[in-house]
Unconditional design. Structure first.
Length: 523
């Protein structure tokens, strides 16, 4: 087995992505989660660049990582100054990280035109920086910036730069596809050529500008690299970095002969926690998950077509390349107008009505008819569950609407929204009024005031998302709208849907379904 080292740079390179901003606490939480899963290296940032990164390393020094090595990132010494006198070197040493990653210029063009130094001075900067840090007892990883572009333009000089780093004590030489423009064939060829020039392990660091970062990382590993850098979910500047989630899953589950992550912790080295890790980072970063993300996305093992569902319920591998549980994900059966009876049967199993063919056909017809009106049940499993109960005759509503009313008035230049609901609950009339940040929020508040006395478990439930979409925009202000509400309690999440020309009525329908689903699932 070939052990592949995993180097995560989410907290530094990933943080350079548009819309990504980690607080100090965010960075510490992510670092410790990566540590728990057995990543080999966790890069925390450049301590000279900002106080937050400097404080991050101070916190880690007080409570070090258990399994991973913390890495401080920096650049070669400045031109015309010794490494010992360079403030960047001082900040790297003050960070007390056991590993320091140094980035240096590989391309003769970048050395002369961007850095503004001679080619010999660039080599001296690499040698002196790596040597100085090694002498201070640090493990040094050398990131060869613009490596593949530099090699294509001037392979002799590019080879000299990595030889300088290797001879000066760098433990690993990392080849960086900084502009993300290389193809796998280039990666393989140049990795093999570079491997013949130095007697040190090679690593790979790719960007995703051609949507090949994962493929290029795997290609370099196949050609001899034993260390891979990237970010969780592929976060990063421009089009992002290699997604370590996909790289690790491919190495652990698809390619033979590789060992990745902490193999002592679990059979697959923590790979079964990749979905959890992916969503954890999205949550910390306050970003939406990518439904179609390979291996860990909500749609990665989602089946919608009737033929697919019919096959996958018989033999999972017929339409799934791996067991979803291997990466901590799960199979999802979707319902839509494209569904067949197999979809309905798969989702109706928990109600023990799957053998009633007439009922299954009736449910399918209702789904098709409702989706033709604008409903969508893919993200509204709560509403679909209630549809099955209604069709089977097992649904009993927990309350009955008599009347609701909403109003918005301007008071002192600020809009004030009020909602009134009249409900029958156990043959008792309840009349409640509440204010909110909008009509739906006010209706939710009034509805809960009326119901909480009878159903106190609703206190555990909250609305977490609210989406509105115009279905037939050509009808202008008379267009039908679809409202999807996502709710959650202490156990799970569920979605509900409502459709109407009036957005308040559509919202009410989705809101009522969300509460009814909560109450039904607890019975």
């Amino acid at each position: 087995m070939t052990r592949i080292e995993t180097y995560d740079t989410t907290l530094r390179d990933g943080a350079q992505g548009e819309g990504v901003n980690f607080s100090l606490e965010d960075k510490l939480l992510i670092a410790r989660r990566l540590d728990d899963l057995g990543f080999d290296y966790v890069e925390g940032g450049y301590p000279l660049s900002n106080p937050k990164d400097a404080e991050f390393f101070q916190k880690l020094a007080e409570k070090p990582l258990k399994n991973s090595k913390a890495c401080a990132f920096g650049m070669t010494r400045r031109k015309g100054i010794s490494a010992a006198d360079d403030p960047g070197m001082k900040s790297l040493l003050d960070a007390q990280a056991p590993v320091i990653t140094i980035v240096g210029k590989t391309s003769d063009f970048h050395a002369k035109e961007v850095l503004g130094v001679s080619l010999d001075e660039n080599l001296a900067m690499i040698r002196e920086t790596v040597s100085f840090l090694c002498e201070q007892g640090r493990e040094v990883i050398y990131d060869a910036e613009h490596f593949f572009d530099g090699w294509k333009a001037n392979p002799d000089y590019a080879a000299q730069t990595i030889q300088a780093a290797a001879e000066s004590g760098a433990k690993i030489i990392v080849m960086c596809d900084t502009n993300g423009g290389s193809l796998p064939t280039d990666i393989v060829s140049i990795t093999q050529q570079a491997g013949s020039k130095i007697d040190k392990p090679l690593g790979i660091h790719t960007h995703n500008d051609c949507e090949l970062a994962v493929a290029n990382s795997l290609a370099s590993i196949a050609a001899g690299a034993v260390h891979v850098q990237g970010t969780i979910n592929g976060l990063g500047e421009r089009c992002g970095n290699a997604d370590l989630i996909s790289v690790i899953a491919n190495l652990a589950l698809k390619k033979e002969g590789y060992e990745v992550l902490d193999s002592t912790s679990t059979k697959t080295g923590g790979v079964e926690h990749l979905t959890e890790l992916s969503r954890y980072v999205y949550e910390i970063a306050n970003m939406h998950t990518r439904n179609g993300q390979a291996f860990v996305g909500p749609s990665a093992f989602a089946h919608k077509g009737g033929m697919h569902v019919h096959a996958v319920t018989k033999v999972a591998s017929s339409y799934e390349h791996i067991d979803p549980a291997a990466v901590g994900n799960e199979r999802r059966i979707l319902v839509s107008e494209l569904s067949g009876r197999s979809n309905i049967i798969a989702l109706a199993t928990k109600h023990n009505v799957q053998n009633d063919k007439r009922l299954m056909n009736s449910i399918l017809k209702q789904v098709v008819d409702l989706e033709n009106q604008g409903y969508q049940f893919e993200a509204a499993e709560g509403s679909f569950d209630l549809l099955v109960k209604r069709a089977a005759g097992t649904y009993k509503p927990h309350f009955e609407l008599v009347q609701y009313h909403t109003s918005v008035v301007s008071r002192g230049g600020e809009p004030i929204t009020e909602a009134t609901v009249k409900l029958l609950i156990n043959d008792q009339l309840h009349h409640e009024v509440a204010e909110g940040d909008g009509p739906v929020n006010a209706l939710d508040a009034a509805l809960r005031k009326a119901l909480n006395e009878h159903y106190p478990t609703l206190n555990d439930m909250q609305l977490v998302d609210y989406k509105v979409r115009v279905i037939n925009s050509d009808a202008a202000t008379a267009a039908r709208v679809r409202v999807v509400i996502e709710s959650r309690d202490n156990e799970d999440n569920w979605g509900t849907v409502g459709v109407h020309e009036n957005v308040i009525e559509a919202s009410w329908a989705a809101l009522v379904d969300s509460i009814e689903y909560k109450l039904c699932k607890e019975e």
